[in-house]
Design a protein around this ligand. Structure first.
Ligand SMILES: Cc1ncc(C[n+]2csc(CCOP(=O)(O)OP(=O)(O)O)c2C)c(N)n1
Length: 368
């Protein structure tokens, strides 16, 4: 009847390759080729410009509530690029650059935040789930897809995003537990942006890191500087290679910061200080990465201007297409969840249809 220590193999690596000023650790630099390096940069710039435009559009009443990704671009833009076409992406709600990389037209992202069902439709042939706002719902969905892959001997992987707040949901724990037991090809990337609306990271968990939670489920977790595209890329690439070769799941904690509002319905001044924001502004991933690319001779003033111009043009064109194609049937919101509507929803649908008819919906020019 001894009292003894059970030896486990604790391992939580921390990875950072670019420092706060954009200087690289040569030994860890993955030296991505110029095309791939620039592609990540372009994704980050497009995500930022779309983000800015969406906030303005929400303020003008042209879309609904929007959740910005400002400051977090590296976490999704540098991780999504490791996916192969047949891998699956399960988005949360702050990853427009990832969707764009996977082939989602920007106007589809606008449609989601505009409240149109069409915003949930992935382009044909793209193995992605739509944006999902229910917190941590992404993880069991991704885990289920990964389990499907194992049962079908499909040698691909699933990348799933979740927030730090999401790690306090049962969905997160149940899915990681299952993924560990069945050795699933699941990569869960936590965007630890320090706040879940007004709840700080330290009120979500007493763990020193979120990454270490993987150890309890029998696999590895790594914490990376989430504002460092190179560290995010390397950690996700290793996780994807491992998953595709039968090595099982990974948990990546990307330590980042939400520089903007939680959503357009939120006032962060009520719960965090300007000093905190200013500290993180200095670690903005875009200028850091820009400096690195310049040092490598991949980027110069001319190309920066071109990337900016292209991003603004693409976003503006997407806004035009979004606003030119808003003729949808409001009853669509009943259309996709069930093959056959349960009686109470059938009743609601009928009530809604009658209300629209009474109000003459669709009879006047422009419809709605
Ligand atoms: C299941 C569920 N509960 C509550 C909410 C309301 N809600 C929206 S965002 C949010 C905080 C999420 O924080 P985190 O997971 O850290 O992600 P972040 O928004 O910071 O990216 C909450 C509670 C929700 N969307 N879904």
């Amino acid at each position: 009847m001894p009292r003894k220590r059970i030896e486990i193999k604790p391992k939580v690596e921390y990875l950072s390759i670019l420092d706060g000023d954009g200087n690289v650790d040569e030994a860890l630099d993955p030296r991505l080729d110029a095309d791939r390096s620039l592609h990540i940069y372009r994704l980050m710039v497009i995500a930022r410009r779309l983000d800015e435009r969406c906030i303005n559009m929400q303020r003008q009443g042209r879309i609904g509530t929007y959740g910005p990704c400002r400051g977090q671009e590296a976490a999704h833009c540098a991780s999504v690029v490791v996916l192969e076409q047949a891998d699956w992406l399960v988005q949360a709600f702050r990853e427009p650059g990832a969707a764009y990389h996977r082939g989602w037209p920007l106007e589809t992202v606008l449609r989601f935040w505009g409240g149109y069902e069409e915003g949930c439709r992935p382009p044909d042939g793209v193995n992605d789930l739509p944006i999902a706002v229910p917190i941590a719902s992404q993880v069991p969905h991704a885990m289920g897809i990964a389990w499907g892959m194992v049962t079908k001997n499909d040698p691909h992987c699933v990348l799933c995003y979740c927030g730090d707040g999401g790690t306090s949901e049962g969905d997160f724990h149940e899915s990681l537990n299952f993924a560990g037991v069945y050795n699933l090809p699941l990569i869960t990337l936590i965007q630890n942006n320090q706040w879940a609306i007004s709840i700080p990271r330290e009120k979500q968990t007493a763990s020193e890191t979120i990454a270490q939670k993987a150890l309890a489920y029998g696999f590895d977790g790594i914490q990376v500087d989430g504002n460092d595209p190179l560290a995010v890329y390397v950690a996700t690439k290793e996780a994807a290679d491992r998953a595709r070769s039968g090595g099982g799941p990974s948990l990546i904690e990307a330590v980042t910061y939400r520089l903007s509002v939680h959503t357009t319905a939120d006032d962060p001044k009520k719960y965090r200080t300007d000093e905190e924001v200013a500290r993180w502004e200095k670690l903005d991933p875009i200028p850091r990465y820009e400096k690195y690319l310049r040092t490598r001779g991949i980027l110069d003033d001319k190309l920066v201007a071109e990337v900016e111009e292209d991003a603004l043009r693409d976003v503006a064109a997407a806004v035009d297409r979004f606003e030119a194609s808003r003729e949808v049937d409001p009853l669509d919101c009943f259309k996709y969840m069930y093959a056959e509507l349960p009686p109470e929803l059938a009743e609601q649908r009928e009530e809604f249809r009658q209300a629209l008819e009474r109000e003459g919906y669709g009879k006047s020019a422009g419809g709605h």
